[in-house]
Design a protein. Structure first.
Length: 80
């Protein structure tokens, strides 16, 4: 299950782990104009862990989900 919410400066996608045993904490993905952050509570430390991706890294990740094993480079416009 997931939800999508539009905030003032970002779009927030929350992923909820549903199902049987070994469920993970919810993941919040914040999509900003210049980066994407991924946050998840670490139950061992009771602290929120955050990863920040550039837009290019997020595009690479999205492409990687549909590709076989290997090394790739996405062709991007010269002005980026």
């Amino acid at each position: 299950m997931f939800s999508i919410e539009h905030e003032f400066d970002s779009t927030v996608v929350t992923l909820v782990d549903e199902g049987a045993a070994h469920l993970q904490e919810d993941i919040a993905i914040n999509l900003f104009e210049d980066c994407i952050t991924i946050e998840q509570l670490d139950p061992r430390t009771d602290r929120m862990q955050k990863i920040t991706l550039s837009i290019a890294q997020a595009e690479d990740l999205a492409a990687a989900l549909d590709l076989p094993e290997g090394v790739y480079r996405i062709a991007r416009d010269e002005d980026e």
